[in-house]
Design a binder for this molecule. Structure first.
Ligand code: SAH
Ligand code: DHB
Ligand code: MG
Length: 224
């Protein structure tokens, strides 16, 4: 098993199941042109986010960490016509590129990009007015993942899903001695979530064009 094989399988499966289209291709091109880092979810991961949104019949989605809006577009495509997505982004340049990509993809009506530090914006969201969110995708600075997750639970309903990206990055998650703040952030998240009676959570490892990584997925307890 090696990176070449992971890439080959990703190309094969993406070509069948997560085909790009002019909007996704344009969003990636505009993000690259704008100098944004190419760290968005892969096409098959984006499609998985869309499927999760459809599976929970999401009408309200929250995203933390927009970048150029690539994952946003996939998530928003999992919403019904009257669905709404709020995505939080700290970098004004990223937010600007994302707004244009989202508008060009025909999703401006459904998607609002809120600019600022997520920890400042989350307390301003109201579970009743803006949510409750049926699905939250956490994909911003990794050190604050636990704080974002805690907010996401408060803004959820029973049955809501919370998905966290980059939990396993490079397979360092189990390394107690790691001094990488991202790894420490994800270890803290895993340890906190394990003891959180509000949710039921698991972690799935992934390989592909983004290397060796993984997602956490949690369902908020209680009836919908
Ligand atoms: N979800 C995107 C990728 C997000 S990359 C996709 O898959 O397409 C992470 C993003 O989080 C970057 O754009 C970064 O600027 C943003 N970010 C980092 N720290 C943040 C913070 N404290 N609050 C909000 N956004 C933040
Ligand atoms: C990085 C961030 C991400 O959200 C990701 O999916 C991959 C890499 C990063 O900051 O390097
Ligand atoms: Mg990510």
């Amino acid at each position: 098993m090696n990176q070449d094989q992971w890439n080959e399988i990703e190309r094969y499966t993406a070509a069948l199941l997560a085909k790009s289209d002019k909007h996704l291709t344009a969003a990636l091109a505009a993000s690259a042109k704008g100098g944004l880092p190419s760290i968005q979810v892969s096409p098959v991961e984006g499609k998985m986010l869309m499927i999760l949104a459809q599976a929970v019949r999401a009408r309200r989605i929250l995203e933390i960490g927009t970048l150029g809006g690539y994952s946003t577009i996939w998530l928003a495509r999992g919403l019904p016509d009257d669905g709404r997505l709020i995505t939080l982004e700290a970098d004004p340049k990223h937010a600007k590129v994302a707004r244009k990509n989202i508008t060009d993809a025909g999703l401006a009506e459904r998607v609002e990009v809120r600019e600022g530090l997520a920890l400042n914006l989350l307390p301003k969201l109201n579970a009743k007015r803006d949510g409750p969110f049926d699905l939250t995708f956490i994909d911003a600075d990794k050190q604050n993942t636990w704080e974002y997750f805690d907010w996401a639970v408060k803004l959820s309903r029973g049955g809501s899903l919370i998905v966290v990206d980059n939990v396993v990055r490079h397979g360092a998650l189990a390394n107690v001695a790691s001094d990488d703040p991202n790894v420490r952030g994800m270890r803290r998240f895993c340890e906190m979530v394990a003891n959180d009676k509000r949710v039921n959570a698991s972690v799935i490892q992934t390989v592909g064009s983004k290397g060796y990584d993984g997602f956490a997925i949690a369902v908020v307890r209680g009836v919908a």
